[in-house]
Design a protein around this ligand. Structure first.
Ligand code: SF4
Length: 124
């Protein structure tokens, strides 16, 4: 009988010790930042803070309009000296810094430095 009570006492003592060890481990894990999200990489954070380039935003531009642009040979950077969208008669300049220019011939962003085969020198 005495042997049995000793075993019960020992069992309870071991359980209490294991519980304390578990609580201690959880406390350490929590205080070491185990629940915190990992820090965002600096380059990714900078990209998120910086406004997107409006001339790279093709959302809402249909595949048909993208084909028109392609078929006219539009390029973002003109290779013809003195001829670019910025001095083309069909160019619509952006209203502010958050917009990109446009063209009368197709929808979507057009860069002032761009060019296509329909270039028409501005007369005014
Ligand atoms: S017609 Fe061509 S060159 Fe002129 S603004 Fe449009 S895309 Fe640019």
């Amino acid at each position: 009988m005495e042997q049995k009570e000793y075993s019960r006492r020992k069992f309870i003592h071991q359980c209490a010790g294991s519980g304390a060890a578990l609580l201690g481990t959880l406390f350490l894990f929590n205080s070491c930042g185990g629940n915190e999200k990992p820090a965002e990489p600096a380059a990714k954070k900078e990209a998120a803070d910086k406004p997107a380039d409006p001339c790279s935003d093709f959302s809402g531009v249909s595949a048909e309009e993208l084909d028109k642009r392609k078929n006219l040979g539009y390029v973002d950077q003109s290779t013809v000296p003195g001829n670019s969208c910025g001095n083309c008669g069909l160019y619509i300049p952006p209203a502010n810094d958050t917009e990109c220019g446009r063209c009368l011939l197709f929808k979507g962003p057009v860069r002032a430095e761009g060019h296509c085969v329909q270039y028409v020198a501005k007369t005014t």
